[in-house]
Design a protein around this ligand. Sequence first.
Ligand SMILES: *Cc1c(COP(=O)(O)O)cnc(C)c1O
Length: 351
Amino acid sequence: MSRFWSPIVGTLKPYTAGEQPRIANLVKLNTNENPYGPSPKAIAAMQAAVADTLRLYPDPSALALREAIARTYGVSPDEVFVGNGSDEVLAHAFVALLKHEKPLLYPDVTYSFYPTYCRLFGIEAVDVPLNDDFGIDIGDYDRPCGAIILPNPNAPTGIGLPLSAIETLLAAHPEQPVVIDEAYIDFGGESVIPLTRKYDNLLVIHTLSKSRSLAGLRVGYAIGQRPLIDALERVKDSFNSYPLDRIAQAGATAAIEDTAWFDETRHAVIASRDRVSGALRQRGFEVLPSQANFVFARHPDHSGEALAKGLRERAVLVRRFAEPRISDFLRISIGTPEQCDALIAALEDIL
Ligand SMILES: *Cc1c(COP(=O)(O)O)cnc(C)c1O
């Protein structure tokens, strides 16, 4: 606290990111980064963008990138909004679309940035409990609300909903904006982007941080009908007109266009995830069915705290959330096959 602070600052509970420690030979499976590098074509495009032209401002609307995204998903560039990481796109969506007189609904166990944004922007929210299997029951959202946001697959459970369930939710709430955060959708889930054609209340948000291996570049985007995108643009242009620099626009465009690299790397992650899930189950873990680039698992005989500590002592870093219902679970990001082997060996040693 300081007497210089604006009053709201003392009331905030900032998001705590997974740690980025400096430990030699660390097996870092705590922040859902992609173990494979970004597309070599994206790296070449970024290197080419490091040039005298950096003295000029970037395109404030990132048109070339929006066109590449629009071609990929069969929408119009006007239906695409881009931002500095999907966290920024989400922040703009909270301001532009999710603040109403009635509360915003989201799951009780979900991406912990949502309650953080609600505090920052003064949005009233109600958490809707997950079912006993840690899944989302769409029927539980049939209650008065101003808006809804869900990650699909959910984080940190990794459990995905089929397109039909989200369509039911959209049809049941024609007067409310529904934001679907598809940060992990490319690892086996079913994207609802095609439903943006039919539902004017749907906004879908993606990131290049996970399936495109560009967490360090900070690029995310949203797809929806024009009035929703217009709301995001109005907020963005009241905040920062140039959220994506020239290097980010060049790299992100090339990454979106390199579908061969995208498919090869995400399928490698999916294969390792299925192998790690099996290996954990064999060793007595309960592993939630994951459609993401991480698994969420607990062991009946060992606390999450003890397992995370034991792994850390063996230079394997995973994420644990000291929160009701999930404090015994470890969220383990899927690494390279060698990193996955190191994780299993370390767990074997602990058990
Ligand atoms: C990782 C993540 C994001 C944010 O990603 P950015 O790096 O800010 O693009 C958003 N939503 C969920 C659920 C995530 O796990």
